[in-house]
Design a protein around this ligand. Structure first.
Ligand code: GTP
Ligand code: MG
Length: 137
């Protein structure tokens, strides 16, 4: 068993998809270890996405992720990182496989409903960005 980190993004919360997204995550066998709702400042979003700071969409991404609340979660399942990225689908919902979370619930490439960590190392770093050690026990 291991862990990944996810955030339900502003578009999906505004569109009323929080419940169905959490349901799909649980039905896929992931346990919720930690969860909260938080409205990031632009500076916090900038810190979270620092790895993308040279990319052309960085400003837009940080503005979007701080525009409205998000729901960060730490999830547990065997092979969590890889299986969760399959569950959410391709970054661009237009290219995501049928039945994936992004295909079902995302608006666009920039507003793509959900985040999923891309490695065990980043999952740990990203989880620690939002949750204390006690919350992650
Ligand atoms: P995450 O799970 O959110 O990290 O997505 P990813 O790993 O599939 O994509 P990546 O890490 O490459 O990009 C991070 C986020 O930046 C994506 O989820 C998108 O929301 C956003 N993004 C990526 N490419 C573009 C783009 O060309 N334009 C805009 N506006 N946003 C983009
Ligand atoms: Mg990524």
């Amino acid at each position: 068993t291991n862990r990944t980190f996810t955030m339900i993004k502003p578009d999906a919360i505004l569109d009323g998809f929080t419940g169905p997204i959490i349901q799909q995550i649980e039905e896929a066998g992931f346990k919720i270890v930690a969860m909260k709702k938080v409205h990031l400042s632009a500076a916090d979003a900038g810190k979270f996405y620092e790895v993308h700071k040279e990319r052309p969409f960085y400003g837009e991404l940080c503005e979007y992720m701080s525009s409205n609340p998000i729901i960060p979660m730490v999830l547990e399942k065997e092979n969590a990182v890889e299986d969760f990225r399959v569950l959410i689908g391709a970054t661009d919902p237009a290219k995501a496989a049928e039945g994936t979370i992004r295909k079902r619930f995302a608006r666009s490439l920039g507003s793509n409903a959900i985040h999923g960590s891309d490695s065990d190392e980043n999952a740990a770093i990203e989880g620690a960005f939002f949750f204390t050690a006690t919350e992650l026990k």
